[in-house]
Design a protein around this ligand. Sequence first.
Ligand code: NDP
Ligand code: MG
Length: 383
Amino acid sequence: MRTLSVLGATGSVGASTLDLVRRQPESWRVVALTAHSNAIDLARLAHEFSAEVAVIADEAGLPELREALAGTGIEAAGGPAALIEAAARGADVTVAAIVGCAGLAPTMAAIEQGGIVALANKEALVSAGDVMTAAVARHGATLLPVDSEHNAIFQCLQGNDPAHVRWITLTASGGPFRDWSWEQLCAATPAQAIKHPNWDMGAKISVDSATMFNKGLELIEAHHLFLVGLDKLRIIVHPQSIVHSMVEYRDGSTLAQLGPSDMRVPIASALAWPERMDTPCEPLDLAAIGELTFRLPDEERFPATRLARAAAQEGGGIPAVLNAANEVAVAAFLAGQISFTRIAAQVEHVLNAFVPAPPACLSDVLAVDGEARAKARELMEIA
Ligand code: NDP
Ligand code: MG
């Protein structure tokens, strides 16, 4: 039996993780489950999985959480410090599934315990970059990718010397607006953006998928996870989301990982690693799917991957600025304050307006994140 914490337990990745855990009760003892403000669902999950502690990041939800857990013997806690303390309880496996840079400090706290961190929270790695990978090395932690593309790449790299890699190709569904004209994109609504054709995900990553910022963030994520140069990382649009990514070796062999568009597959791979576990996912029926197609991304309509690549090339604190500006712009779009096409325009605007000093530690990264958010709000003229 191994111990498990899920940071962001009430989200989409959190739910998929706990669905797998529910099927293997003999394999897991749950330490900490966390949420932002959804006290009722958090309490329900903490109760179902007999967690040691349930943490609500927004302290305003603590009374409700306490009340819901009264008499269960499960500890209830609230606020950012409690979130970090829970992440630092040193579970064997911590699933980092908070959305946004808000997940960075708790993810770093888990890394500092030296266990396995199954990382879904790409914004944390994009923002912290070398600061996070250095902490992983320093504390002897194991960072396992949950993001489907990175999990695919991780699997395709097993047993091969990374020195023999010619290309790593990240596949992208292209999102719900893949075939939309610029005029249509200008009028795209939040409801249309969060309706992804293949994946069922949280609102923020769904918008990122529609703008292609998701793929831009994933490019930076791959650069840090696999220590490959940006010149070896490519993106290809693959509308069916069946091939989750590919690694081409110097001899011309390309290894790919295929699977259904169900996050339980990469999550199971990380939870069971280096073993395998059963999932309830439908077997892949390639004959029924019929065709797998591929095409180059269009950076005119979707400039996000170009912006992300440039930010990664500059390095230092620039990827953290890109991420923060995108988080603010996505929130503004979802709130109806800016149009869909202004998301990338605003991110570019912030990148041009603000050059931070390279961060050397977690607090430096958080400072860059905070400053970039303030700049983004100022430039967008939103509160
Ligand atoms: P969701 O929005 O569905 O869930 C986010 C989770 O984080 C919830 O538990 C939420 O709590 C919690 N949370 C939100 N804000 C904060 C905060 N400020 N402090 C602490 N906790 C917070 O997101 P997803 O599950 O879709 O995504 C999670 C991460 O995984 C993202 O980084 C995403 O990019 C990545 N990812 C997701 C995939 C997917 O299929 N969904 C695929 C690959 C990667 P509450 O419910 O209370 O709001
Ligand atoms: Mg992905």
